[in-house]
Design a protein around this ligand. Structure first.
Ligand SMILES: Nc1nc2c(c(=O)[nH]1)N[C@H]1C(S)=C(S)[C@@H](COP(=O)(O)OP(=O)(O)OC[C@H]3O[C@@H](n4cnc5c(=O)[nH]c(N)nc54)[C@H](O)[C@@H]3O)O[C@H]1N2
Ligand SMILES: Nc1nc2c(c(=O)[nH]1)N[C@H]1C(S)=C(S)[C@@H](COP(=O)(O)OP(=O)(O)OC[C@H]3O[C@@H](n4cnc5c(=O)[nH]c(N)nc54)[C@H](O)[C@@H]3O)O[C@H]1N2
Ligand code: SF4
Ligand SMILES: [Mo]
Length: 906
């Protein structure tokens, strides 16, 4: 019989899927999609499906630490409170700061914001949402007068045209992608347009892919506005009754000819015409956008250029229409509601507005209230570096990996007199620099709420006890606030009480003037909180729910209730130069989450792409003398990173894509933000993570290596290494600038055995290949493969050997032969993480006659659980049907060994 399941919400992306978690007798947990949750109706992606693998207590931060020594909570909290109070007394409220996260729950976030803005009296609280949603927030506020996302997920299914801009939905919001894919299957007339410089997996459902030049979006949408005006595709009544600024915006837009737009966007004029015509003729059009829009020096203008087109056609607030900014983190939306950004107040009130400040201060009974915007993330770390901020508290984010210009962030934290970090794991690149480490309760232990991309508030419920002394973030913040003398305002007994107060503030003197109103929940008690079902805002008190969309009535939150067009003019930018000729674009992969503190613990999620890599266009690679599986060096000024080269025509010429995920625990030098400067959008302060001029070169490796190990290896001095968890152990990739060293000693250290131990060795003098293997208790303890070329050993086969029985000495020879013995198989690089199905199994199924994704699924199980790999399977099918390899540059199906794991399947 199934154990009773806890109904909670996935802690990864902003889709906010409902999950049901059951604890098994053996201590493991089973996770499945909640069929009753309106975000996912039972669906889950690969990350959600693997949640059970990430809840183990190993690697957790279990007790507070002061300067590296274990401390008790009282000591640690006293010290944090005393140091913050003293710093404020000596240097004023603006000498301290909080840097928080869209991964905190609403309740954590609410009290952190309340403490800083209302009780410390500074607005120096900013969040990693500055790196994520700030341009959308600024664009919404410019156009609507409030940070309002008008639509709902249903609109993505009801639309006849879905335009995806700078969004790799297939990998980053997989359940929304699945919902759109399913809708298109039902209504094949539905059209999908993808606007992205890269041909990502999301292109799989797109009818049109516009490979826009980096940052060509303002030109593209400004051109669309002019086209709509020229082709009589406007909703003139809506424009006249409900908007301002249309004439100016159109006049500016018309200054550009179609040819100029083609030139600036890199999209041929006939493709532009096709897209513009489709948009003009499709009433039910929805534009979904994400980091290709927000993370730009023109991010806010991109947002407004998109919104302009929806206002001009009146396509907003009606089913199947609207601009739709999808949020990244599980609580990016909630962070905006509580006012977690340095330039917001609380409950969507404005910090610049004296009436709002007065209202919030009265509601909180606060001794003071921040009177002006605080430091935005980039400015905040600069202020730390410059000594203006003397005490900082970082919660739920890893800025030493995720901020731009991480060198500066690192240096800032090293010189800062007082750094407090609350995290759930024991080691992160940021924790290394903390004076005080505070152990926070993690997902599965925490109690509270999150708000997803469609403004739906869902509960996160605990199903595990916290390990060690870990405590919920809200409790930690409240304990510090009490010790700073603000006890009365922070004496909550439960997350429910905080949520109720947050709801009451949203309704306080609101009267329909503010979009964010969840007054219906202001009187919630613990029992009701316990049972709280997912709900969408607005949800004012005393009224039955009336609407799930905003702006159908043409009423906006500006002074005259009219929406504002913002005249946007593309700033043609060629930021590249002879020294830095390529554009670096950064982002995400399917199975990893951010800085990998959680997904890096999951063997299942680590096998899809087990190594940091750079996607390079074949022509650029040829010009630079870089071959597939070489190590590539990206540099800018003093910073550089080393990653595996992955040559693919899906990458646009002149630009390189590198994932943001790899941190100092998983690779020698792959923190991509070492080469990303702090260029920001002037309006929103959001960094331009996707447009960095860089130099790219081949790292001249004398020797390459690959190892599988039962135990986690100690730190390596190899010039390049990348570590990934695998079933039964670890796998490591290496590259060395010099081949001169005692390799037997290196192998022994890696295997954790004595140099005199019985290490099996194979050497080939002609090729320079060396292979070492060490066995303990009839099992493989470690194998190391070295060669002058990138090592051609099947990674998945090698990983499987960690669980094989090697009682027969002869069987051990297969290891140093580097390939399966008779009867052994090589699955090839993993495509389906859920069932560990490799590319070789899929191509074999296709060879045996499977002609559809479904048939491959029936034969191999691939793609039949979460479905996140279905686009990849389809691509393999298409390539096979063409009679070619999967993609001659991404590696043929056989052997899929040299490349970063499933790069072969991308
Ligand atoms: N698997 C996975 N999913 C995630 C996350 C994760 O870490 N892993 N993180 C979550 C978070 S916090 C976020 S914010 C979201 C992000 O979700 P997305 O925004 O979809 O992800 P990214 O890969 O950052 O970037 C999206 C695309 O923008 C494109 N792009 C780059 N420059 C431009 C440009 O100038 N114009 C256009 N139109 N496109 C451009 C990139 O090529 C990339 O394919 O994902 C969420 N979901
Ligand atoms: N180059 C480049 N850089 C980027 C981006 C990009 O596209 N390109 N994207 C940016 C974006 S959109 C985002 S959102 C950021 C994300 O960047 P980060 O927020 O830095 O990434 P995470 O790895 O999610 O960090 C979360 C941290 O909080 C910890 N944690 C998890 N749960 C809890 C909890 O309940 N309480 C506490 N106290 N800690 C917890 C985790 O262990 C981890 O250390 O990265 C940004 N940086
Ligand atoms: S789409 Fe995947 S990562 Fe996002 S909330 Fe749903 S299950 Fe979690
Ligand atoms: Mo994000």
């Amino acid at each position: 019989m199934d154990a009773p399941a806890t109904r909670t919400t996935c802690p990864y992306c902003g889709v906010g899927c409902g999950v049901l978690v059951a604890r098994n007798a053996d201590g493991t947990v089973t996770v499945r999609g909640d069929t009753e949750h309106p975000a996912n109706f039972g669906r889950l992606c690969s990350k959600g499906s693997a949640l059970g693998e990430t809840v183990g207590f190993e690697d957790r931060l279990l007790a507070p630490q002061i300067n590296g020594r274990r401390a008790n909570w009282n000591e640690a909290l006293d010290l944090v409170a005393a140091t913050f109070s003293r710093t404020i007394a000596e240097h004023g409220p603006d000498s301290v700061a909080f840097y928080v996260s869209g991964q905190l729950l609403n309740e954590d976030y609410y009290v952190a914001n309340k403490l800083m803005k209302g009780f410390i009296g500074s607005a120096n609280i900013d969040t990693n949402s500055r790196l994520c949603m700030a341009s959308s927030v600024a664009g919404h506020r410019r156009a609507f007068g409030a940070d309002t996302v008008p639509g709902t997920y249903e609109d993505l299914e009801l639309g006849d045209l879905v335009v995806l801009v700078g969004s790799n939905l297939a990998w980053c919001h997989p359940v929304l992608y699945q919902r759109i894919a399913a809708a298109k299957q039902k209504r094949p007339q539905m059209r999908i347009v993808l606007i992205d410089p890269r041909r990502t997996m999301t292109a799989d459902i797109a009818d049109i892919h516009l490979a826009v030049r980096p940052d060509g979006d303002v030109a593209l949408f400004t051109g669309l506005l002019a086209w709509l005006a020229d082709h009589d595709a406007l909703d003139r009544a809506f424009i006249a009754a409900h908007t301002n600024g249309f004439d100016d915006a159109v006049a500016v837009a018309k200054a550009l000819s179609l040819d100029e737009i083609a030139d600036q966007t890199g999209v041929p004029a006939d493709e532009l015409r096709a897209f513009y015509t489709l948009f003009a003729h499709t009433e039910k059009a929805v534009t979904v956008y994400s980091q290709g829009v927000n993370q730009s020096s023109a991010g806010t203008d991109k947002v407004n250029a998109i919104i302009n087109c929806h206002l001009a056609t009146g396509r907003i607030g009606k089913p199947g229409t609207g601009p739709f900014s999808v949020t990244g983190q599980p609580n990016a939306m909630g962070g905006r509601e509580v006012g977690g950004l340095a330039n917001m107040l609380a409950a969507h009130m404005e910090i610049e507005n004296p009436e709002h400040r007065d209202r919030v201060q009265r509601f909180w009974g606060a001794p003071r209230i921040a009177s002006q915007a605080g430091l935005k993330a980039v400015e905040m770390f600069r202020a730390v570096a410059g000594g203006r901020v003397k005490a900082i508290w970082i919660m739920g984010t890893n800025p030493v990996v995720s901020m731009p210009e991480v060198g500066l962030v690192e240096a800032a934290l090293k010189t800062c007199p007082f750094v407090v970090v609350s995290d759930v794991v024991s080691e992160t690149d940021t924790l290394r620099l903390a004076h005080i480490k505070l152990p926070a309760a993690a997902w599965g232990e925490k109690d509270g709420t999150v708000t997803n991309s469609e403004r739906r508030v869902s509960r996160q419920r605990p199903f595990l006890p916290s390990p060690g002394e870990a405590r919920p973030d809200w409790e930690i913040v409240c304990d510090v606030a009490q010790r700073m003398g603000f006890g009365k305002a922070f004496s909550y007994a439960s997350a429910a009480e905080i949520f109720a107060e947050h709801a009451a503030l949203s309704a306080f003197e609101n009267e329909g003037t503010r979009d964010f109103d969840i007054g219906a929940y202001a009187g919630l008690d613990i029992a009701q909180f316990e049972k709280l079902a997912p709900f969408q805002w607005p949800s004012p008190s005393g009224q039955a729910r009336q609407r799930s969309r905003f702006f159908a009535d043409g009423q906006f939150f500006t002074a005259d209730s009219k929406a504002r067009f913002v005249a946007t003019l593309p700033k043609p930018e060629t930021r590249t130069s002879d020294a830095y000729p390529l554009v670096l674009n950064t982002g995400r992969v399917r199975d990893h989450w951010h800085t990998m503190t959680r997904t890096g613990r999951s063997p299942r999620l680590s096998q899809h792409l087990a190594e940091p890599f750079a996607e390079i266009h074949p022509r650029d690679a040829r010009r630079l003398g870089i071959c597939d599986a070489d190590i590539a060096c990206l540099s800018i000024g003093a910073g550089s990173v080393l990653v595996r080269a992955f040559i693919t025509p899906t990458q646009a010429r002149g630009s390189v894509f590198v994932p943001m995920h790899w941190n100092g625990q998983f690779a020698s030098a792959a923190r991509i933000n070492c080469v990303v400067p702090s260029t920001t959008d002037a309006v929103s302060g959001q960094p331009a993570f996707k447009h960095v001029p860089v130099q790219l070169s081949r790292f001249d490796a004398a020797l390459y290596g690959f190892a599988v190990l039962r135990e986690k290896p100690a730190a390596s001095d190899a010039d390049y290494w990348a570590l990934a968890k695998c079933r039964d152990g670890w796998r490591v990739e290496f590259a060395f600038a010099s081949a001169a060293r005692d390799w037997r000693a290196f192998a022994a250290e890696l295997f954790g055995c004595s140099i005199d131990a019985d290490i099996l060795l194979y050497q080939d003098a002609t090729t320079g290949q060396k292979r070492f293997a060490f066995f303990a208790d009839d099992r493989l303890a470690g194998a190391l493969f070295l060669g002058a070329e990138p090592v051609r050993v099947s990674r998945d086969w090698a990983v499987d050997q960690l669980r094989a029985d090697f009682a027969q000495p002869r069987s051990r020879l297969a290891i140093i032969a580097g390939r399966p013995g008779a009867g052994g198989t090589d699955r090839g690089a993993t495509v389906c993480s859920c069932f560990s199905v490799g590319i070789n199994q899929i191509t074999a199924a296709i060879a045996e006659g499977c002609a559809s994704v479904e048939a491959v699924g029936q034969a191999t199980q691939a793609g039949t659980n979460c479905g996140s790999c279905r686009a990849e399977i389809k691509k393999i099918l298409n390539a096979s049907c063409r009679g070619a390899g999967v993609n001659s540059l991404g590696g043929e199906p056989q052997p899929a060994s040299v490349l970063p794991s499933a790069a072969a399947a991308i």
